[in-house]
Design a protein around this ligand. Structure first.
Ligand SMILES: Nc1ncnc2c1ncn2[C@@H]1O[C@H](COP(=O)(O)OP(=O)(O)O)[C@@H](O)[C@H]1O
Ligand SMILES: [Mg+2]
Length: 477
């Protein structure tokens, strides 16, 4: 069967990414962008202001001039609705002969009601636009026009821009506006002036922007150098700390392994002592009992001697039982093939056999594959705690609770005795509690003995199920 492998086209990754840039580079780029935008906005705005200013200045001068030479010619409009042919000729003459007249491309005289009384479209009536309306109210207004309006159609081919000005014409000696002159001027020399002023303003804005950028990026570079230096120091310190932590973990592992080896060694010593007890004093006691038997037959019929021999025999038998019990206690059963649960069951069974007292086991879901040192520790702690319970709380029920959670084994051995809290002090010749604590702590665990509020003593040991760096040889799974 042919397998079809979906071919995913590797999407081109950009050569650099924003996130790869240093903080300073990112700041520089961002501030450059912001500065450029604000430079453009400021430059454009200043340029527009300059243009407006120049136009208005020029228009105001022209308006004054136009008003001066037209106002006398238009006085008759104060009483008549039309401009006489004589006046029209005079205006024509003025436009043709004066210097300003030559700069004026076209002129229109408006009478009230949107009526054109002079210029192109003379005799026509047009809607009154805003500029015209303002002039009727007595204001001069000027603007640059790009000749898009219908009424400017004739100039469109000849000029790109013209200055359009509306000037109110008043009756001499009064404020009454009798006509409005609308005239168009070429922008030729003005454009050059405006362009030069704008160039200068652009240069100023550009220079300011450049200086601001250099200042900012200089400041940021110094800041980012400091940060880089501090980061390097920090990295060095983190490295040192990591090395120390590794060393610490190695030392901890070595200590744990040493503790496990010591525990194994002491188990071996205990086993040898147990064998020695069994093969030495126990054999001797058995032999002594055997010889005593023959002495008893010889003493038959002598009650005093018989009683003395009986007492010796009882003492010897008690000593033999004690020596055998000690030897059995010392010898650790072979736990290698047992699970943790079986180990605990074994400890309880041995205890029952030795003391004849039953203890109950509550254990749930104990894991398999627990390392041998953990099983030995569990066995010894349960053994010693049950021994203490039998000795110091005789005839009372005792129980063993085992619980494995979150990688920790918790053993809790309780009895119904008088209740005892251990503060950690050692007493000469009493090695049980000290030994249990040492076993638990050598695995990195904890050990406590407390009187329970409901009565009796609770012995609690917590050990890791897999102690740090537990040696492969110590595992039996
Ligand atoms: N379960 C218990 N109930 C009451 N007292 C206890 C119990 N376990 C230990 N003790 C007290 O702690 C002492 C020390 O115990 P341990 O170190 O095991 O030594 P030993 O059992 O040989 O006396 C005991 O002598 C006893 O007074
Ligand atoms: Mg004890």
């Amino acid at each position: 069967m042919a397998l079809t492998v979906p071919v995913r086209r590797a999407r081109g990754r950009p050569a650099w990414r924003w996130g790869d840039l240093s903080l300073a580079a990112r700041f520089n780029l961002a501030s450059l962008l912001v500065l450029l935008i604000s430079m453009l906005v400021t430059g454009w705005w200043v340029g527009a202001q300059i243009r407006q200013g120049v136009i208005h200045r020029t228009a105001a001068t022209a308006a004054l001039y136009v008003e001066n030479f037209l106002v006398t010619q238009l006085q008759e409009l104060g009483s008549s609705t039309w401009l006489s042919a004589e006046r029209r000729d005079a205006i024509e003459h003025l436009l043709a002969t004066t210097p300003l007249g030559r700069e004026i491309v076209s002129i229109k005289i408006w009478a009230p009601g949107g009526r054109v009384v002079y210029g192109q479209d003379a005799g026509g009536v047009f809607p009154v636009k805003e500029d015209l309306e303002r002039a009727w109210r007595g204001e001069i207004s000027a603007d640059i026009t790009n000749l898009r309006d219908e009424e400017n159609a004739s100039q469109r081919g000849k000029f790109r821009h013209l200055i359009e000005t509306y000037v109110p014409m008043r009756i001499e000696g009064s404020d009454r506006v009798i006509a409005v002159a609308e005239f168009y001027q070429t922008t030729g020399p003005l454009e050059a002036e405006i362009a030069q002023a704008q160039r200068r303003s652009w240069a100023a804005v550009g220079l300011t922007t450049l200086l601001t950028y250099l200042l900012l990026s200089g400041l940021v570079r110094r800041g980012s150098d400091t940060i880089r230096r501090q980061q390097a120091t920090l990295r060095e310190q983190v490295g040192t700390l990591e090395r120390l932590l590794t060393q610490n973990a190695q030392l901890h592992g070595r200590v744990s392994r040493a503790a496990a080896r010591t525990a194994a060694h002491s188990e071996r010593v205990l086993r040898r002592v147990s064998s020695d007890l069994h093969d030495g004093p126990a054999q001797d006691l058995s032999y002594a009992l055997l010889r005593l038997d023959s002495l008893t037959t010889h003493a038959a019929g002598q009650p005093a001697q018989e009683a003395a021999l009986r007492s010796v025999e009882q003492s010897l038998e008690a000593a033999l039982r004690e020596v055998r019990a000690i030897a059995t206690d010392l010898r650790l059963p072979d736990l290698l093939g047992l699970s943790l649960h079986e180990t605990l069951e074994r400890a309880l069974r041995d205890h029952r056999r030795r003391t004849g007292v039953d203890a109950t086991l509550h254990a749930e879901a104990l894991p398999d594959g627990v390392p041998l040192p953990v099983k030995i520790t569990a066995f010894r702690i349960v053994q010693e705690a049950l021994n203490n319970a039998a000795r110091h709380a005789p005839g009372r029920a005792s129980a063993v609770h085992a619980d494995a959670q979150g990688g920790w084994l918790t053993l809790r051995i309780t009895d119904g005795g008088p209740g005892f809290t251990w503060t950690g002090g050692a007493r000469e010749g009493h090695l049980g509690l000290v030994g249990m604590r040492e076993r638990a702590e050598s695995l990195g665990g904890t050990f406590t003995v407390t009187a329970r509020p409901e009565g009796g003593t609770a012995v609690e040991a917590r050990v890791p199920l897999h102690p740090a760096e537990s040696h492969p040889e110590d595992r039996d799974d």
